[in-house]
Design a protein around this ligand. Sequence first.
Ligand code: SF4
Ligand code: SF4
Length: 410
Amino acid sequence: MTVRFVEHEKLNTCVHCGLCLAACPTYLELGTETDSPRGRIHLMRALEEGTLRPTPEVVRHLDLCLGCRACETACPSGVPYGSLIEAARPFVERHRSWARRLGRRALVTLLTTRAGRKVAFGPLRLVAGRRALGRLASRLPGRWLALAAAVAQTANGGPLPTAVDPPGRARGTAALLTGCVAESVFPATNLATARLLAHAGVRVLVPPRQGCCGALALHLGAAARARALARKAARELAATGADWVVSNAAGCGAALRDYDHLLPEDAHAVSVARRARDALELLAELGLPPPGRQLAARVAVHDPCHLAHGQGVRAAPRALLAAIPGVRLVELEEADTCCGSAGTYNLTEPAMADRLLARKIERIAASGADVVAAANPGCLLQIRAGVIARRLHVAVEHPIDLLATAHGVS
Ligand code: SF4
Ligand code: SF4
């Protein structure tokens, strides 16, 4: 049988039990079967079999999927939902109006090229950290300004050193993926990641020409562009010969782990997938010396989808943060439910992203936390924008930055 975009066997693993429905953020919000994992699998199967045309309404239900993979965690039958929706996106892309296609391609170029990022993030200095502007922007239709105002004022940074050495004999070597958005918006977190790894005894290498990992392009259905970016990043990262390939951005880390599926014929990509680790996961595994500084705060941990559902990392950030003197972890209801950021989702689907953000902010307010820790750049900006709009006195930080402060390496 001809395959249009995904193998039937993968689609047929779904037994329609519906156990994933309660985990799906869009189903929780809308309560409609076609906006649930089971409903979307049904749509994808009909598209694949040619019994359904990709009408704007069908495309709409698939576009509303966050790609958060919470349904994968909930599914007892092991349905690989993430790879199904990933395969469907480029197919759907071909059936959009030319104007929408053009807009989405422009977004891919803007975010995944160095020149594009200069244009997109260059004016950040003017708006970064301006909370009043952020509050105003949260009432406007576009989301770019509100997210830009959520960037820390200290976000400007030069390139990282190409190597960071541990104080004594190295326990191993890590190649650090600096990421496209993270490199532009969170350079201090990248530097803190390298220093913390060195503090744990790891030699850190930072290949300067690695570029973007391809995750954002894949999310926007630009599969060829994603593969080209992944091929280049894999070549640069694998050339270091490092024991681990480390990322501090959940979305990028999940993409690295999946390189062997994206580029099965590419030896570099397969090797990177085998060595890919989240920075917090590796730090928890290797262990850090006792933190020298206290951090008196009630900390709630938000689990980014691509860390919890995409990589199965949940315990590491909690264990590392709990070891900081003065930190009290508080429970956050629906900690692993998407905040609405989801790659570029808050830019392309702002209405649903806002609903999910409001849901997240309600739960943060109820937790009584002073600090929310979120290990993904997109979640940090999205939740910060929500906190600013709601005038909550809650700091939103990457766990790496909290750890770097506690360990005196920031
Ligand atoms: S990936 Fe997330 S939004 Fe999409 S169907 Fe699964 S749970 Fe729902
Ligand atoms: S995806 Fe899994 S949990 Fe959801 S309906 Fe299909 S088999 Fe059941």
